[in-house]
Design a protein around this ligand. Structure first.
Ligand code: HGY
Ligand code: MN
Ligand code: MN
Length: 392
Protein backbone atom coordinates (compact mmCIF):
# COMPACT_ATOMS: atom_id res chain seq x y z
CA UNK A 1 0.00 0.00 0.00
CA UNK A 2 2.77 2.37 1.06
CA UNK A 3 4.86 1.80 -2.05
CA UNK A 4 1.85 2.38 -4.30
CA UNK A 5 1.03 5.73 -2.65
CA UNK A 6 4.65 6.88 -2.32
CA UNK A 7 4.95 7.08 -6.12
CA UNK A 8 2.13 9.61 -6.48
CA UNK A 9 2.78 13.36 -6.65
CA UNK A 10 6.50 13.03 -5.92
CA UNK A 11 8.90 15.47 -7.61
CA UNK A 12 11.81 13.45 -8.98
CA UNK A 13 14.17 16.42 -8.72
CA UNK A 14 13.68 17.16 -5.04
CA UNK A 15 12.14 13.92 -3.77
CA UNK A 16 9.44 16.09 -2.19
CA UNK A 17 5.67 15.85 -2.72
CA UNK A 18 3.50 18.37 -4.50
CA UNK A 19 0.01 17.09 -3.78
CA UNK A 20 -1.98 20.31 -3.70
CA UNK A 21 -5.74 20.49 -3.32
CA UNK A 22 -7.72 19.97 -6.53
CA UNK A 23 -4.70 19.10 -8.67
CA UNK A 24 -3.98 15.97 -10.68
CA UNK A 25 -1.50 14.70 -8.09
CA UNK A 26 -4.14 14.94 -5.39
CA UNK A 27 -6.68 13.24 -7.64
CA UNK A 28 -4.23 10.35 -8.08
CA UNK A 29 -4.10 10.06 -4.28
CA UNK A 30 -7.92 10.08 -4.11
CA UNK A 31 -8.03 7.32 -6.74
CA UNK A 32 -5.49 5.32 -4.72
CA UNK A 33 -7.60 5.67 -1.55
CA UNK A 34 -10.84 4.66 -3.28
CA UNK A 35 -9.20 1.63 -4.83
CA UNK A 36 -7.71 0.47 -1.51
CA UNK A 37 -11.05 1.02 0.25
CA UNK A 38 -12.98 -0.85 -2.44
CA UNK A 39 -10.46 -3.71 -2.33
CA UNK A 40 -11.40 -4.10 1.36
CA UNK A 41 -15.11 -3.96 0.73
CA UNK A 42 -15.39 -0.67 2.62
CA UNK A 43 -18.28 1.66 1.73
CA UNK A 44 -17.04 4.93 0.25
CA UNK A 45 -18.69 8.27 1.00
CA UNK A 46 -17.74 11.89 0.34
CA UNK A 47 -19.06 15.35 1.17
CA UNK A 48 -19.25 18.55 -0.88
CA UNK A 49 -15.93 19.78 0.55
CA UNK A 50 -13.82 17.02 -0.96
CA UNK A 51 -13.54 15.03 2.30
CA UNK A 52 -13.84 11.26 1.79
CA UNK A 53 -14.42 8.33 4.13
CA UNK A 54 -14.38 4.54 3.84
CA UNK A 55 -16.72 2.69 6.21
CA UNK A 56 -16.39 -0.74 7.79
CA UNK A 57 -20.00 -1.27 8.78
CA UNK A 58 -20.67 -4.42 10.80
CA UNK A 59 -24.19 -5.79 10.73
CA UNK A 60 -25.87 -5.04 13.08
CA UNK A 61 -23.94 -1.93 14.11
CA UNK A 62 -24.63 -0.55 17.55
CA UNK A 63 -23.20 2.69 18.87
CA UNK A 64 -21.87 5.77 17.20
CA UNK A 65 -19.00 5.40 14.75
CA UNK A 66 -15.32 5.57 15.57
CA UNK A 67 -13.33 7.37 12.91
CA UNK A 68 -9.62 7.44 12.13
CA UNK A 69 -7.69 8.87 9.17
CA UNK A 70 -5.75 11.99 8.19
CA UNK A 71 -4.91 13.81 4.92
CA UNK A 72 -3.14 13.05 1.63
CA UNK A 73 -2.30 16.56 0.46
CA UNK A 74 1.15 18.02 1.12
CA UNK A 75 3.09 21.25 1.56
CA UNK A 76 5.39 22.17 -1.36
CA UNK A 77 8.12 19.50 -1.41
CA UNK A 78 6.68 17.91 1.72
CA UNK A 79 7.69 14.52 3.06
CA UNK A 80 6.09 11.14 2.41
CA UNK A 81 4.64 10.59 5.88
CA UNK A 82 2.85 13.81 6.91
CA UNK A 83 -0.77 12.79 6.35
CA UNK A 84 -0.41 9.59 4.32
CA UNK A 85 0.94 7.64 7.29
CA UNK A 86 -2.37 8.19 9.10
CA UNK A 87 -4.46 7.10 6.12
CA UNK A 88 -2.37 4.01 5.31
CA UNK A 89 -2.26 3.06 9.01
CA UNK A 90 -6.05 3.41 9.24
CA UNK A 91 -6.58 0.97 6.37
CA UNK A 92 -3.89 -1.37 7.73
CA UNK A 93 -5.49 -1.28 11.19
CA UNK A 94 -8.78 -2.46 9.63
CA UNK A 95 -6.81 -5.31 8.01
CA UNK A 96 -5.25 -6.20 11.36
CA UNK A 97 -8.57 -6.21 13.23
CA UNK A 98 -9.99 -8.52 10.57
CA UNK A 99 -6.91 -10.79 10.89
CA UNK A 100 -7.65 -10.90 14.63
CA UNK A 101 -11.15 -12.10 13.76
CA UNK A 102 -12.65 -8.98 15.30
CA UNK A 103 -16.02 -7.66 14.15
CA UNK A 104 -16.60 -4.19 15.56
CA UNK A 105 -19.83 -3.30 17.33
CA UNK A 106 -19.71 0.27 15.94
CA UNK A 107 -18.93 1.37 12.40
CA UNK A 108 -15.26 2.23 11.86
CA UNK A 109 -14.46 4.94 9.32
CA UNK A 110 -11.14 5.77 7.66
CA UNK A 111 -11.32 9.42 6.62
CA UNK A 112 -9.27 11.53 4.21
CA UNK A 113 -9.68 15.24 4.90
CA UNK A 114 -9.25 17.59 1.98
CA UNK A 115 -6.60 20.32 1.88
CA UNK A 116 -5.17 19.97 5.39
CA UNK A 117 -2.01 21.89 4.53
CA UNK A 118 -3.67 24.84 2.81
CA UNK A 119 -0.66 24.88 0.48
CA UNK A 120 -2.59 26.18 -2.53
CA UNK A 121 -5.38 28.31 -1.05
CA UNK A 122 -3.76 29.39 2.21
CA UNK A 123 -6.17 28.09 4.84
CA UNK A 124 -4.97 25.11 6.89
CA UNK A 125 -7.40 22.22 7.45
CA UNK A 126 -9.85 23.73 4.93
CA UNK A 127 -11.71 20.44 4.46
CA UNK A 128 -12.24 19.68 8.13
CA UNK A 129 -13.01 23.34 8.92
CA UNK A 130 -15.69 23.36 6.21
CA UNK A 131 -17.07 20.04 7.51
CA UNK A 132 -17.36 21.37 11.07
CA UNK A 133 -18.59 24.80 9.97
CA UNK A 134 -15.59 26.73 11.31
CA UNK A 135 -14.78 27.94 7.78
CA UNK A 136 -17.67 29.42 5.83
CA UNK A 137 -18.47 28.14 2.35
CA UNK A 138 -18.42 31.68 0.92
CA UNK A 139 -15.01 32.47 2.38
CA UNK A 140 -13.57 29.16 1.18
CA UNK A 141 -15.08 29.40 -2.33
CA UNK A 142 -13.44 32.79 -2.86
CA UNK A 143 -9.93 31.78 -1.70
CA UNK A 144 -7.47 32.10 -4.56
CA UNK A 145 -4.25 30.33 -5.46
CA UNK A 146 -1.08 32.00 -6.76
CA UNK A 147 -2.53 32.16 -10.26
CA UNK A 148 -5.69 33.84 -9.03
CA UNK A 149 -7.92 30.78 -9.50
CA UNK A 150 -10.61 30.49 -6.84
CA UNK A 151 -11.07 27.35 -4.83
CA UNK A 152 -14.58 26.97 -6.28
CA UNK A 153 -13.22 27.13 -9.84
CA UNK A 154 -10.43 24.70 -9.02
CA UNK A 155 -12.97 22.22 -7.63
CA UNK A 156 -15.15 22.53 -10.71
CA UNK A 157 -12.10 22.07 -12.96
CA UNK A 158 -11.31 18.91 -11.01
CA UNK A 159 -14.83 17.65 -11.68
CA UNK A 160 -16.26 18.38 -8.24
CA UNK A 161 -19.42 20.36 -7.77
CA UNK A 162 -18.59 22.77 -5.03
CA UNK A 163 -21.26 22.03 -2.44
CA UNK A 164 -19.12 23.50 0.31
CA UNK A 165 -20.43 23.69 3.84
CA UNK A 166 -21.05 21.76 7.05
CA UNK A 167 -21.43 18.03 6.48
CA UNK A 168 -22.49 14.93 8.38
CA UNK A 169 -19.88 12.78 6.63
CA UNK A 170 -18.46 11.48 9.93
CA UNK A 171 -21.94 10.53 11.22
CA UNK A 172 -21.62 12.17 14.63
CA UNK A 173 -18.69 9.99 15.72
CA UNK A 174 -18.13 8.88 19.30
CA UNK A 175 -14.42 9.46 18.74
CA UNK A 176 -11.86 10.49 16.14
CA UNK A 177 -8.30 9.16 16.46
CA UNK A 178 -5.61 10.47 14.10
CA UNK A 179 -2.25 8.76 13.75
CA UNK A 180 0.47 11.09 12.47
CA UNK A 181 4.21 11.06 12.00
CA UNK A 182 5.92 13.07 14.76
CA UNK A 183 7.22 16.30 13.28
CA UNK A 184 9.95 17.20 15.74
CA UNK A 185 12.63 15.54 17.83
CA UNK A 186 10.63 15.14 21.04
CA UNK A 187 9.46 11.53 20.61
CA UNK A 188 12.19 8.96 21.37
CA UNK A 189 9.85 5.98 21.83
CA UNK A 190 8.19 4.36 18.78
CA UNK A 191 4.70 5.62 19.67
CA UNK A 192 3.52 8.74 21.51
CA UNK A 193 0.15 10.19 22.53
CA UNK A 194 -0.69 13.88 21.96
CA UNK A 195 -1.53 16.07 24.92
CA UNK A 196 -2.04 19.32 23.02
CA UNK A 197 -1.65 21.29 19.80
CA UNK A 198 -0.06 24.71 20.20
CA UNK A 199 -2.10 27.71 19.06
CA UNK A 200 -0.71 28.85 15.71
CA UNK A 201 -1.51 30.78 12.58
CA UNK A 202 -0.48 32.39 9.33
CA UNK A 203 -0.49 36.16 8.77
CA UNK A 204 0.10 37.90 5.45
CA UNK A 205 2.23 41.08 5.55
CA UNK A 206 1.60 43.51 2.67
CA UNK A 207 4.37 46.12 2.50
CA UNK A 208 4.10 48.82 -0.15
CA UNK A 209 6.75 51.35 -1.09
CA UNK A 210 7.77 53.16 -4.24
CA UNK A 211 9.16 51.36 -7.23
CA UNK A 212 12.19 53.19 -8.58
CA UNK A 213 15.52 52.87 -10.35
CA UNK A 214 18.14 50.92 -8.40
CA UNK A 215 20.97 52.97 -9.88
CA UNK A 216 19.74 56.54 -9.77
CA UNK A 217 17.62 56.83 -6.63
CA UNK A 218 19.51 58.27 -3.66
CA UNK A 219 19.28 56.08 -0.53
CA UNK A 220 17.64 58.95 1.36
CA UNK A 221 14.89 59.17 -1.28
CA UNK A 222 13.99 55.50 -1.26
CA UNK A 223 10.76 53.97 0.07
CA UNK A 224 11.95 50.39 -0.12
CA UNK A 225 9.54 47.66 1.14
CA UNK A 226 12.35 45.10 1.01
CA UNK A 227 14.13 47.01 3.78
CA UNK A 228 11.02 46.95 5.97
CA UNK A 229 10.60 43.24 5.25
CA UNK A 230 14.24 42.36 5.99
CA UNK A 231 14.24 44.18 9.30
CA UNK A 232 10.94 42.58 10.25
CA UNK A 233 12.27 39.08 9.58
CA UNK A 234 15.16 39.69 11.98
CA UNK A 235 12.89 41.29 14.60
CA UNK A 236 10.41 38.38 14.38
CA UNK A 237 13.16 35.85 15.04
CA UNK A 238 14.40 37.81 18.06
CA UNK A 239 10.93 38.36 19.54
CA UNK A 240 9.91 34.72 19.04
CA UNK A 241 13.05 33.63 20.88
CA UNK A 242 12.34 36.04 23.73
CA UNK A 243 8.73 34.77 23.98
CA UNK A 244 9.57 31.04 23.90
CA UNK A 245 7.58 30.89 20.66
CA UNK A 246 8.27 29.87 17.06
CA UNK A 247 8.01 32.06 13.97
CA UNK A 248 9.05 31.77 10.34
CA UNK A 249 8.65 33.54 7.04
CA UNK A 250 8.50 30.65 4.57
CA UNK A 251 7.06 32.48 1.61
CA UNK A 252 7.72 35.94 0.16
CA UNK A 253 6.65 37.56 -3.11
CA UNK A 254 8.33 40.70 -4.47
CA UNK A 255 6.76 42.95 -7.12
CA UNK A 256 7.64 43.71 -9.80
CA UNK A 257 10.75 41.57 -9.21
CA UNK A 258 13.27 43.41 -11.37
CA UNK A 259 16.88 42.93 -10.27
CA UNK A 260 17.71 46.56 -11.14
CA UNK A 261 14.66 48.22 -9.59
CA UNK A 262 13.57 49.05 -6.07
CA UNK A 263 10.45 46.92 -5.51
CA UNK A 264 7.06 48.57 -5.15
CA UNK A 265 5.59 45.81 -3.00
CA UNK A 266 6.62 42.88 -0.81
CA UNK A 267 4.09 40.27 0.39
CA UNK A 268 5.32 37.87 3.04
CA UNK A 269 3.65 35.10 5.03
CA UNK A 270 4.42 34.78 8.73
CA UNK A 271 3.87 31.43 10.47
CA UNK A 272 3.84 31.93 14.25
CA UNK A 273 3.16 29.45 17.06
CA UNK A 274 3.36 29.55 20.84
CA UNK A 275 2.75 27.31 23.88
CA UNK A 276 -0.41 29.28 24.78
CA UNK A 277 -2.78 31.81 23.24
CA UNK A 278 -1.77 34.77 25.40
CA UNK A 279 1.86 34.38 24.32
CA UNK A 280 0.86 34.10 20.66
CA UNK A 281 -1.38 37.17 20.84
CA UNK A 282 1.36 39.16 22.59
CA UNK A 283 3.93 38.07 20.02
CA UNK A 284 1.70 39.13 17.11
CA UNK A 285 1.01 42.48 18.74
CA UNK A 286 4.72 43.09 19.27
CA UNK A 287 5.60 42.06 15.71
CA UNK A 288 2.85 44.24 14.25
CA UNK A 289 3.88 47.27 16.31
CA UNK A 290 7.55 46.81 15.48
CA UNK A 291 6.97 46.32 11.75
CA UNK A 292 4.59 49.28 11.58
CA UNK A 293 7.13 51.54 13.30
CA UNK A 294 9.85 50.35 10.95
CA UNK A 295 7.59 51.03 7.94
CA UNK A 296 7.14 54.56 9.25
CA UNK A 297 10.89 55.08 9.26
CA UNK A 298 11.24 53.54 5.78
CA UNK A 299 8.38 55.55 4.30
CA UNK A 300 6.52 52.37 3.43
CA UNK A 301 3.00 51.19 4.33
CA UNK A 302 2.42 47.87 6.06
CA UNK A 303 -0.64 45.77 6.89
CA UNK A 304 -0.87 42.46 8.71
CA UNK A 305 -3.78 40.17 7.72
CA UNK A 306 -4.59 36.90 9.52
CA UNK A 307 -5.18 34.18 6.89
CA UNK A 308 -5.54 31.05 9.05
CA UNK A 309 -5.51 30.99 12.85
CA UNK A 310 -5.88 27.85 14.99
CA UNK A 311 -6.67 27.96 18.73
CA UNK A 312 -4.92 25.82 21.33
CA UNK A 313 -6.22 22.24 21.55
CA UNK A 314 -5.94 20.06 24.67
CA UNK A 315 -6.51 16.31 24.30
CA UNK A 316 -7.69 15.49 27.83
CA UNK A 317 -10.73 13.72 29.25
CA UNK A 318 -12.06 10.15 29.12
CA UNK A 319 -10.88 9.39 25.58
CA UNK A 320 -7.33 10.44 26.41
CA UNK A 321 -7.40 8.22 29.50
CA UNK A 322 -8.75 5.24 27.53
CA UNK A 323 -6.04 5.64 24.88
CA UNK A 324 -3.36 5.86 27.56
CA UNK A 325 -4.74 2.72 29.20
CA UNK A 326 -4.44 0.89 25.87
CA UNK A 327 -0.88 2.19 25.31
CA UNK A 328 0.67 2.46 28.79
CA UNK A 329 4.23 2.52 27.41
CA UNK A 330 3.57 5.48 25.13
CA UNK A 331 4.90 8.85 26.36
CA UNK A 332 2.63 11.87 26.10
CA UNK A 333 3.72 15.09 24.40
CA UNK A 334 2.37 18.28 22.80
CA UNK A 335 2.93 19.30 19.21
CA UNK A 336 3.38 22.61 17.41
CA UNK A 337 1.89 21.14 14.23
CA UNK A 338 -1.75 21.67 13.35
CA UNK A 339 -3.97 18.75 12.41
CA UNK A 340 -7.53 17.94 11.36
CA UNK A 341 -7.80 16.30 14.79
CA UNK A 342 -7.42 19.77 16.29
CA UNK A 343 -10.28 21.12 14.19
CA UNK A 344 -12.57 18.22 15.14
CA UNK A 345 -11.64 18.57 18.83
CA UNK A 346 -12.42 22.30 18.66
CA UNK A 347 -15.81 21.37 17.16
CA UNK A 348 -16.53 19.20 20.21
CA UNK A 349 -15.79 15.75 18.78
CA UNK A 350 -13.88 13.56 21.31
CA UNK A 351 -10.46 13.34 19.67
CA UNK A 352 -7.09 11.74 20.28
CA UNK A 353 -3.79 11.63 18.37
CA UNK A 354 -1.09 9.01 18.15
CA UNK A 355 2.42 9.91 16.98
CA UNK A 356 4.93 7.66 15.25
CA UNK A 357 8.60 8.40 15.94
CA UNK A 358 10.51 10.35 13.30
CA UNK A 359 14.25 9.80 13.84
CA UNK A 360 15.19 12.76 11.64
CA UNK A 361 12.83 15.11 13.46
CA UNK A 362 12.42 16.75 10.04
CA UNK A 363 9.00 17.38 8.48
CA UNK A 364 7.52 19.52 5.71
CA UNK A 365 10.64 18.55 3.76
CA UNK A 366 11.76 15.51 1.73
CA UNK A 367 13.98 14.19 4.56
CA UNK A 368 10.92 13.44 6.74
CA UNK A 369 11.15 9.79 7.78
CA UNK A 370 9.82 7.01 9.99
CA UNK A 371 11.30 3.53 10.32
CA UNK A 372 9.15 0.70 8.91
CA UNK A 373 9.22 -1.06 12.31
CA UNK A 374 7.89 2.08 14.00
CA UNK A 375 5.21 2.48 11.31
CA UNK A 376 4.08 -1.12 11.91
CA UNK A 377 4.07 -0.45 15.66
CA UNK A 378 1.80 2.49 14.84
CA UNK A 379 -0.61 0.20 12.98
CA UNK A 380 -0.75 -2.18 15.97
CA UNK A 381 -1.26 0.73 18.39
CA UNK A 382 -4.04 2.20 16.24
CA UNK A 383 -5.70 -1.21 15.87
CA UNK A 384 -5.55 -1.70 19.65
CA UNK A 385 -7.13 1.73 20.22
CA UNK A 386 -9.85 1.11 17.61
CA UNK A 387 -10.53 -2.30 19.15
CA UNK A 388 -10.90 -0.64 22.56
CA UNK A 389 -13.23 2.05 21.21
CA UNK A 390 -15.33 0.20 18.62
CA UNK A 391 -15.24 -3.44 19.55
CA UNK A 392 -16.25 -3.60 23.18
O1 HGY B 1 1.23 23.63 9.46
C1 HGY B 1 0.91 22.69 10.17
O2 HGY B 1 1.14 22.71 11.35
C2 HGY B 1 0.22 21.48 9.60
O3 HGY B 1 1.18 20.71 8.98
N1 HGY B 1 -0.81 21.87 8.68
MN1 MN C 1 1.86 19.16 7.65
MN1 MN D 1 -0.28 16.61 8.68
Amino acid sequence: MWAELARLGRNAGTGGYRRYAWTGAEQDCRDWFRSEASARGLDLDADGNGNEIAWWRPEPATGRPVVTGSHLDSVPDGGAFDGPLGVVSGLAAVDLLRERGITPLSPIGVAVFCDEEGARFGVACAGSRLLTGSLSADHAAALTDRDGMTLADAMRRAGFADELGPSTLLRDPAAFVELHVEQGRALIEPIGIATAIWPHGRWRLDITGEGNHAGTTRLADRRDPMLTYAETVLAVRKKAGQAGALATFGRVEVAPGGSNAIPSEVRAWLDARAPDEATLERLLAEITAHATARAGRDGTDLSVTPESVSPAVYFGGPLFDRVRAVLPAAPVLPTGAGHDAGVLATAGIPTAMLFVRNPTGISHAPAEFAEPADCLAGVVALADVLQELACR
